[in-house]
Design a protein around this ligand. Structure first.
Ligand SMILES: [Zn+2]
Ligand SMILES: [Zn+2]
Ligand SMILES: [Zn+2]
Ligand SMILES: [Zn+2]
Length: 451
């Protein structure tokens, strides 16, 4: 079994074995029959199984459930590699072995692609819909491209009267909220035309597909910021060609709230590399776990659980340490606070973000159904890996308007986090808040305050 092979199988195997040890804590020595069963479940051979248990007991005796909180590779995997005599240590760079030549990596899920075209198409079709059909975005009377005649935008009738235009319910539709006239799919526009305007699709309506070009974002490899989607894609593509992978990504995607509100099926970008090692990594293109299913549940569950812990401790005026949060995360995820597997809480960036989100009060909507969030906070939800709570009609409308007005760079390129907004007593439940919020680095002071 090669290191490559072992790496691919170890995370699933480790989870199975850890679960077994949790259930047999008093005596973590499997019988011959149990070993046979575990071999069947994990695909490991006898020697690998024995090595794993020896490691497990050694760690348990040493009392170090999980020391290296900065590592993004689960300790078990590296240990398994270290203890495999016929394999060599795998350099850090190769922890993303599973990419297998697919250089271009989705920044929303664990999918990877061999071409830039496939990568960008995946991101815009599965995660961030930047193209929308808008009903009659121009005038109701248009010039026909082939004949030059004035025609009705709905049915193509030459020289239409104002009564004719009115008969298509033009004013009614135009007066509605933008999101009642904006459609993700062509067949939705067709349906709308039939039911509201009593007409069908005509060739000139292909021009009604509008693309949002101005999108603020950032690069998680070098921190550079962009105002257009193309600029961002060109930049990230060159990083990927140079061998960068999502294990090197730091911080958020840098979207404004308006864009974040459109994002679907997204996980924290800086956890993607860790997620690849799990048995069923979060993937938007995997049909069984595709968009529409509650893919974010595991992080939501974790955030809600940790939130409960912090609130409980706060009610007793007891602070919460990083270790408390990490142990609780393991308990919530694997049923044991001593399980030797990393959770999102072992990623310092995620943990920091959780504390910030707690202090900003945006987590209460998860557990108490309140709506304390504002447009600027929306990306925090994605960065934590939880779905944005349903927006009000007004918020949806303004989000869409910002995205599709397309008249130049969108201002407020920075998410406006401010340390001063966090009331001191709210920040107190944590013993430490370590390090600055990664995205706050380089944010000009004058944009850093929020009313
Ligand atoms: Zn994806
Ligand atoms: Zn319409
Ligand atoms: Zn007409
Ligand atoms: Zn960069």
């Amino acid at each position: 079994m090669t290191a490559r092979h072992l790496l691919r199988h170890s995370p699933a195997a480790s989870e199975i074995l850890t679960k077994w040890t949790c259930e047999h804590r008093d005596s973590p020595y499997p019988t011959a029959a149990e070993k046979e069963t575990l071999r069947g479940l994990t695909g490991l051979n006898v020697r690998q199984l024995n090595t794993w248990f020896a490691n497990y007991r050694r760690r348990k005796q040493a009392g170090r459930p999980s020391k290296d909180t900065s590592a993004t590779t689960p300790q078990l995997v590296t240990d398994a590699i270290e203890n495999e005599p016929d394999t060599q240590a795998v350099p850090e760079q190769e922890t993303s072995l599973l990419l297998q030549g697919k250089k271009f990596q989705c920044t929303f899920c664990t999918d990877t692609f061999s071409t830039k075209y496939d990568w960008t198409r995946h991101e815009t079709s599965c995660h961030i819909p930047l193209k929308r059909y808008i009903c009659c975005p121009f005038s109701a009377v248009q010039q026909c491209a082939s004949t030059g005649n004035q025609i009705c935008a709905y049915c193509g009738l030459t020289s239409p009267t104002s009564e004719h235009i009115a008969s298509h319910n033009h004013d009614y539709c135009q007066s509605r909220e933008p999101n009642a006239r904006i459609f993700l799919r062509k067949d939705h526009l067709r349906q709308h035309l039939r039911s509201v305007h009593e007409c069908g699709m005509l060739p000139h309506m292909d021009d009604w597909l509008l693309e949002a070009a101005w999108v603020n974002s950032r690069c998680g490899f070098c921190g550079e910021r962009f105002t257009t989607w193309n600029e961002r894609n060109e930049h990230l593509a060159s990083h990927f060609r140079d061998g960068y992978h999502m294990g090197m990504w730091k911080g958020c995607r840098g979207f404004d709230g308006a864009v974040s509100a459109q994002v679907i099926a997204a996980m924290p970008p800086f956890l993607i590399d860790l997620e690849r090692l799990r048995p069923f990594p979060f993937s938007a293109s995997n049909a069984k776990r595709g968009p529409g299913l509650p893919q974010n549940r595991s992080w939501e569950f974790l955030v809600a659980g940790l939130h409960r812990l912090v609130k409980y401790r706060a009610s007793q005026s007891r602070p919460v340490s990083d270790q408390d949060l990490q142990d609780e995360a393991r308990l919530l995820t694997y049923g044991s606070s001593t399980a030797d597997i990393h959770t999102a809480a072992d990623n310092p960036e995620w943990l920091d973000l959780f504390k910030k989100a707690y202090s900003l009060g945006i987590l209460t909507c998860l557990t108490e159904g309140q709506e304390p969030y504002t447009a600027e906070d929306l990306e925090v939800y994605h960065d934590l890996g939880i779905a944005i709570p349903s927006l009000s009609q007004e918020q949806r409308t303004s989000a869409l308007l910002v995205l599709f007005q397309n008249d130049g760079p969108i201002p407020k390129a920075y998410r406006r986090f401010s340390a001063s907004r966090v009331p001191l007593q709210k920040a107190l439940p944590f013993e430490t808040i370590s390090g600055p919020w990664p995205d706050a680095v380089g944010v000009p002071k004058d944009t850093g305050s929020r009313a």
